[in-house]
Design a protein around this ligand. Structure first.
Ligand code: NAP
Ligand code: SF4
Length: 675
């Protein structure tokens, strides 16, 4: 059995000893804004029961102007204190510890009332902030200190002062956002006064026996960001001001370098935190793209930090630590860093959840309860929808048989895993394999299930997925045309010049697959850092390489084509679409929208533009790959219907339009929860 001696070692903070080195990092889930405090409490309590050493809440505003958006949750009134008490009582009742993050958004606040050191609008907000005067700055400090005192009153074990990611305190630190000429601007000593004063006043407000975490931006990844010498100076001053723990922030929100997406290598920034080790006496926490106990253990064993922060992995699996402790690490549902159900939801104003675990933030609404009468359940199709349904049904005590015509489970996930930058899907398929065995699901692989195979079951779930859509373009049956399945699953030969028909998620994936020569940068940290232009902050201010991004030469010349006249990739994930677009731009991919497909011949793909079919053009290529979306595979469902056999249809077999694994898994879990 694998043990995690560094990760599971206690951490003595003086007045309190944390049971292990795992911190659940702050996440804005939207739960607090539902005002259903029982629901908030159950979210955190489930993670407390799962053994995490210390949790940090989503960011709580210290005042109206500092809220991330109007109405953002905070801790302003006696009622607020009572509500937060529900959470802390429940967490403590389940043996956990919880700190409240105080988040002042500064110029990132989505509000015309936002305030900042200088009146400079951020590139990610429509509002120009008001420049604070001396009294205004004092008010912000006092409000943050008051919020900390209220947090103590509400029963929290500590607070985290959010000083990174380009929020309010971070905005004072760098000349990029601080152009002041008074005592709060100019020299670094002046610019760092605010964070230091905040920590000093917070400590004075909460007393000695209370955890004060300061989240410090270790590498800003923006022009005119902090130097490494400034980071160290600040860290020491924050320690002196009274912080108990230094947490890590990587990159401002406006940075154009990915920091947490799935294509970012695992533990990509632990080398930055390592530089701070030995510079301060308080524990240092590292973060970003750490999602398994093995990686977390290695980070600590390598001396990169005293503690590891993971946030999204606790959406994927509340029992991360307990399973690691019990030697069941292979059963930890992996966070694949897709952002699809967490951050993408947050930025769309929706409640967070998790693609892999739809119960995240829905603990009270979607309970998985043992079935009163065990059924015999057949699930056909071992893609995400079928797997989710089968595992949930089995968890409830049903006897489940899972059929798939392929030789292994995973369905479309097996195509995703070959895409450079999507290596996390390997872990997801392996987790499903582990769980299918652990929950005793009977697997019938290489079996094209027929209605006769499905007799004798109490419930039949059809999750047969999708088939590629036929775009019916004249000439598409020529030898120079293949589809995405031929390329990703069967390794079809593709020439040097390629046109992709369709620019949805799969068109973008295939473009990344075909332009990548050799090893994926996600598996090679040095290459990835060079590709995105990340430098050592000790050498370059803010960690921005002066030479800019240095992508590898593309393996092929790719043209991505769609009929819609809008920007290609516009409908990709809210928080990750820009990364895919930037990656393809770096690989020299040509993007053409607004076309009509006229025909394909040996020269290539013939298109025209607009309703009047003007500007006939031949995109001269060797190979054309069809990525034109999908239609539902309902053959078996239709046969069952014709025979009058009751069944459920889920996933792509149900709705192919806008299909993604998030919806498929959610639908599978919800159905199985009701059987
Ligand atoms: P999709 O997103 O629906 O895109 C289909 C593409 O085909 C569009 O570009 C569409 O553009 C084009 N198209 C549709 N009908 C066509 C026709 N009759 N002839 C020619 N072109 C046609 O589907 P997908 O790319 O196959 O992806 C399927 C799902 O998997 C996605 O919805 C996504 O959720 C998921 N996925 C997600 C990711 C991700 O990164 N998050 C990656 C892969 C897959 P026009 O209609 O403008 O031509
Ligand atoms: Fe991780 Fe994706 Fe789940 Fe978010 S939705 S927690 S990124 S697996």
């Amino acid at each position: 059995m694998q043990t995690y001696p560094h990760l599971l070692a206690p951490l003595d903070l003086g007045h309190v000893t944390l049971p292990n080195r795992v911190l659940m990092g702050s996440m804005h889930t939207g739960l607090e804004e539902t005002k259903d405090w029982n629901r908030v409490a159950e979210f955190y309590a489930a993670r407390a029961r799962g053994g995490v050493g210390l949790m940090v809440t989503g960011g709580m505003a210290p005042n109206r102007e500092g809220g991330v958006f109007p109405g953002a949750a905070g801790l302003f009134t006696p009622d607020d204190i009572a509500n937060h008490r529900i959470v802390t009582d429940r967490v403590h009742g389940d043996g956990g510890r919880i700190a409240m993050q105080i988040l002042h958004a500064g110029r990132y606040a989505y509000s015309p009332e936002c305030v900042a050191p200088s009146a400079i609008k951020s590139p990610i907000s429509p509002f120009r902030p008001k420049e604070l005067d001396e009294a205004g700055i004092e008010k912000q400090i006092a409000d943050i200190a008051t919020a900390a005192a209220r947090a103590r009153e509400a029963g929290y074990d500590g607070i985290e002062v959010m000083g990174s990611e380009g929020y309010f305190l971070n905005q004072f630190l760098v000349t990029h956002t601080n152009k002041r000429t008074d005592g709060w601007g100019g020299s670094y000593d002046n610019r760092m006064r605010l964070p230091i004063e905040v920590v000093r006043r917070v400590r004075a407000a909460v007393g000695a026996d209370f955890i004060v975490i300061y989240r410090l931006s270790m590498i800003d990844l923006i022009p005119d960001g902090s130097t490494w010498a400034e980071v160290v100076t600040l860290a020491r001053a924050i320690e002196t001001a009274g912080a108990s723990i230094l947490n890590t922030g990587i990159g401002w929100h406006e940075a154009r370098i990915p920091t947490i997406a799935t294509s970012v290598p695992r533990r990509a920034f632990s080398w930055v935190t390592k530089k701070l080790m030995g510079e301060v006496g308080i524990p240092v926490v590292t973060s970003n793209r750490i999602n398994t106990p093995e990686v977390a253990e290695a980070v600590l064993a390598d001396g990169c930090a005293d503690m590891v922060s993971m946030a999204r992995p606790f959406l994927a699996d509340a029992d991360f630590v307990a399973k690691a402790q019990a030697g069941r690490a292979a059963q930890i549902a992996p966070c694949i860093a897709c952002n699809q159900a967490c951050l993408d939801h947050t930025f769309a104003g929706k409640l967070s959840s998790c693609l892999v675990n739809p119960r995240a933030c829905h603990e009270t609404e979607l309970p998985i309860i043992a079935a009163e009468t065990p059924h015999r359940v057949a699930v056909v199709g071992a893609g995400p929808a079928g797997l989710a349904a089968a595992l949930t049904a089995a968890e409830r005590g049903h006897a489940v048989t899972l059929f798939d015509r392929a030789g292994r489970i995973g369905g479309q996930l097996n195509m995703a895993r070959v895409i450079p930058g999507k290596e996390e899907f390997h872990g997801l398929v392996e987790w499903y394999e582990t769980m299918v065995a652990a929950r005793g699901v009977t697997l019938r692989l290489n079996c094209d299930a027929t209605p006769d195979d499905l007799t004798g079951f109490d419930d039949i779930i059809i999750a047969t997925g999708v088939l590629p859509r036929d775009p019916a373009i004249p000439g598409q049956d020529g030898p120079n045309v293949v589809n995405y399945i031929d390329v990703l699953r069967h390794g079809a030969a593709v020439g040097d010049r390629v046109a992709l028909i369709g620019a949805g998620g799969i068109g973008f994936d295939v473009a990344e697959f075909l332009t990548q020569a050799g090893e994926s940068p996600t598996l090679n940290l040095d290459e990835w850092l060079a590709e995105w232009g990340v430098a050592d902050p000790a050498a370059q201010r803010g960690g921005i390489a002066p030479e800019g991004p240095q992508p590898e030469k593309p393996a092929r010349q790719v043209t991505l084509v769609q009929r819609k006249a809008e920007k290609l990739g516009k409908r990709l994930g809210k928080t990750t679409g820009w990364i895919h677009r930037a990656t393809l731009a770096m690989k020299g991919v040509t993007m053409i929208g607004g076309v009509n497909y006229e025909r394909i011949d040996a020269r290539g793909l013939h298109v025209t533009f607009g309703e009047d079919r003007r500007d006939p053009t031949c995109i001269e290529v060797d190979t054309i790959v069809l990525c034109a979306g999908q239609v539902s595979e309902r053959g078996l469902a239709d046969q069952l219907r014709e025979r009058g056999i009751a069944h459920h249809v889920i996933g792509g077999a149900d709705v192919a339009a806008e299909l993604d694994a998030k919806r498929a898994i959610d639908q599978g879990v919800r159905l199985a929860a009701t059987l």
